[in-house]
Design a protein around this ligand. Structure first.
Ligand code: TUI
Length: 315
């Protein structure tokens, strides 16, 4: 049985977090992951507090196990969502796309465990100074808004900075990648892309189909010029975005406008022409739909067998 410091800290059975994907990581997916023994995380995305309140209530009708919410700090509603979370029946708050320091004392006083996503040593230092209970170290293999460093290079640097638990994200798909992440100093892993093809994930069927068909080189990073690079599947949208990004006659405002609503069009409408299908590099390895609980077992028991057999490498 794989158990680690993060299982003890959060009272979860397995050290697996489900990544918070905007328009995708809702009550259905998060509650299934928590019921499966991992940590389900609802995305607060770019929505007002009322949306989040109703999603948490829906998840709580299904599970009483530990549950998390992710606050996307670039959201215009981050402030009201942050305040609401102090009153809500969630155990863990993860943050992304910014510096969460100003909210951490308030959340900790409300009894929440705070686990920021970091993509660099500098941001990790800021989060630790502000009192983070653990960190998610997210490498650039992941989908959505990404940093520059790979998981292989980022995780050991974050792990050696601190004694708080470190969760690896980006490029995690199966027992091999969980075992590897643990060897790098992580005590668990977060997966987004693999959970996209969970039965309980209500993303549009076209999105699942694109993930299931993706090959190794089928993701691309766009948006570097705007300061927030995003990894997504190669589609007509991402190719056009890249073309305009390299066209100096296109203003940053026009480029931002092109990206606006593109994830919604992919995740909710299944629009294969103008949707942005955010996905990590492991998309190529997702070959079948499974339940969230089966995904968790596959990853955890796969890693367990590998770690048990690891002594074959030493004499
Ligand atoms: O946040 C993510 N992934 C995301 S957010 C998102 S929504 C979005 N859509 C379009 C453009 C931009 C965002 C889709 N995917 N992952 C966690 C993550 N956080 N990755 C990188 C970071 C990060 C970056 C900078 C964390 C902290 C940070 O701090 C900089 C600062 O403000 O000091």
């Amino acid at each position: 049985m794989i158990k680690s410091a993060i299982c003890d800290m959060l009272a979860i059975k397995y050290p697996i977090f489900q990544g918070a994907m905007a328009w995708i990581a809702d009550a259905s997916l998060a509650s299934a992951v928590s019921e499966g023994g991992g940590l389900g995380i609802i995305s607060a995305m770019n929505s007002p507090a009322e949306y989040l309140h109703s999603q948490i209530a829906a998840a709580r009708r299904v599970t009483d196990k530990p549950l998390g919410v992710n606050v996307m700090l670039m959201s215009p509603y981050a402030e009201e969502v942050a305040a609401l979370l102090c009153e809500e029946p969630v155990d863990v708050i993860t943050t992304g796309a910014g510096n969460p320091s100003k909210y951490i004392p308030m959340w900790k006083s409300a009894g929440k465990k705070v686990i920021p996503v970091v993509a660099s040593v500098a941001v990790a230092k800021i989060a630790l100074r502000a009192g983070a209970d653990a960190l998610i170290a997210e490498g650039g293999e992941s989908g959505g808004h990404v940093g520059d460093l790979t998981t292989m290079v980022l995780v050991p640097q974050i792990a050696e900075m601190t004694d708080v638990p470190v969760i690896a994200a980006g490029g995690i798909y199966d027992g091999r990648s969980l075992a590897a992440a643990m060897m790098l100093g992580a005590c668990g892993a977060q997966m987004g892309t693999r959970f996209l093809c969970a039965h309980e994930c209500s993303v549009h069927a076209n999105y699942k189909e694109k993930i299931l068909k993706a090959k190794d080189v089928d993701t691309i990073t766009t948006g570097k010029r705007l300061g927030h690079p995003v990894r997504s599947l190669k589609t007509p949208f991402s190719r056009e975005f890249l073309r305009q990004e390299y066209d100096s006659s296109v203003s940053n405002e026009a480029l931002e406008a092109l990206g606006g609503g593109a994830l919604y069009r992919a995740a909710v409408k299944g629009d294969v022409e103008s949707g942005c299908f955010m996905a990590g590099q492991v998309a190529a390895m997702v070959k079948e739909e499974m339940s969230a609980a089966e995904i968790i077992s596959d990853v955890v028991f796969g890693a367990q067998e590998l770690l048990k057999g690891a002594s074959e490498w030493v004499s």
